[in-house]
Design a protein around this ligand. Structure first.
Ligand code: SAM
Length: 319
């Protein structure tokens, strides 16, 4: 098994993510007008998967919105989405007139070129980006006023990506920045993913890092989860280094970050989502596999951490 066939398999996980998202949209869990453009073969997912997609999405959106709202809309902020795949958050934020200085997305060129083809095909997407759209690097990158889609390998974050962002696309180390890894860093060797965590901790003045990924590899459910992925030539390389909530937090705390939290999807479901919403989604589909849902939800977590070196930005994260 060579590494590039593994990289291909990892790129394929984006199709799963977006197909699941469309299933949750079509069943009424989440609202998103744009996901459908990125799915070639829609397929309906089982109720526990739809619920998982809902909780994942709502939990992450809640954290991202808090960041965007913190300190008021006039504070200059940027978002960096690692392995953004077909994520439509940028378009949804623009549709609701959310303001940010810049939204950066990074993925392999094979993935970004497809995203660009979809954007070019649908005027409602390109209209949200605005009229100053430039396409670069052989159709694998987009540069616009508040959106920047970059192609590259995150294993070369410091050498190739961040320098490119900084020199040509206005990435600014001195402003509050949210870094998002939704099922991305977990596929990388922890040596490579931690280079990014370390870099952010050392170089940014005020940053929040948000990760959504699998945990608990060692119980029966976890072993099956890993085995199923292995059949598809996919390894969760980071899961043994960060197998539970405590190690997820320690990943940042051991590197001097100001604060870190990690909760599993059960906890997000029970404590972080509006009960009215839970009651609404409960009516969408009958969920008879409650135990299975609890088990599945215990194997995914949201971890977030922030680092602040400038006291004036403290209010941004203190809630
Ligand atoms: N974040 C998106 C979401 O949650 O909908 C996509 C998640 S998908 C499971 C993982 C994405 O990470 C893929 O699009 C893959 O190409 C990207 N990715 C993984 N490793 C990468 C690397 N070393 N460099 C760039 N992109 C990478």
């Amino acid at each position: 098994i060579n590494s590039s066939s593994q990289d291909n398999a990892i790129r394929g996980t984006n199709d799963d993510a977006v197909t699941s998202k469309l299933s949750a949209v079509n069943t009424g869990y989440i609202q998103d007008k744009y996901v459908k453009y990125f799915v070639r073969r829609p397929s309906k997912r089982p109720p526990i998967i739809n619920r998982g997609t809902y909780v994942r999405n709502t939990g992450l959106d809640t954290l991202i919105m808090k960041f965007l709202e913190g300190g008021g809309e006039n504070v200059k902020k940027q978002i960096v989405s690692f392995g953004a795949g077909s994520d439509t958050r940028y378009f949804n934020f623009k549709e609701t007139s959310r303001k940010f200085y810049k939204y950066f997305e990074i993925d392999y060129p094979e993935v970004t070129s497809k995203k660009i083809a979809v954007i070019q095909k649908h005027k409602d997407l390109s209209d949200l980006i605005g009229n100053e759209i430039q396409i670069g690097k052989g159709g694998t990158e987009i540069y616009a006023s508040d959106y920047c889609l970059i192609s590259g390998d995150l294993r070369e974050w410091e050498e190739n990506i961040v320098s490119h962002l900084e020199e040509h696309h206005g990435f600014d180390r001195s402003i509050p920045t949210l870094f998002l890894s939704e099922c991305v860093l977990i596929y990388m060797d922890p040596i490579d993913s931690n280079k990014i965590v370390q870099w952010v901790g050392e170089n940014m003045i005020a940053a929040i890092f948000i990760v959504y990924e699998q945990i608990l590899p060692n119980d029966a459910f976890g072993s099956v989860m890993l085995q199923n992925l292995r059949f598809r030539n996919i390894e969760l390389r980071g899961i043994h280094a960060y197998p539970d909530l405590q190690s997820q937090k320690d990943r940042y705390l051991s590197r001097g970050w100001t604060r870190a939290e990690a909760v599993d999807i059960n906890e997000v479901h029970d404590n972080y989502i509006d009960p009215g919403e839970i009651s609404r989604i409960s009516k969408l589909e009958f969920l008879d596999e409650l135990e299975e849902w609890r088990l599945l939800a215990s194997h995914y977590c949201i971890a977030w951490a922030y680092i602040i070196k400038d006291i004036t930005t403290k209010s941004l994260f203190d809630h």
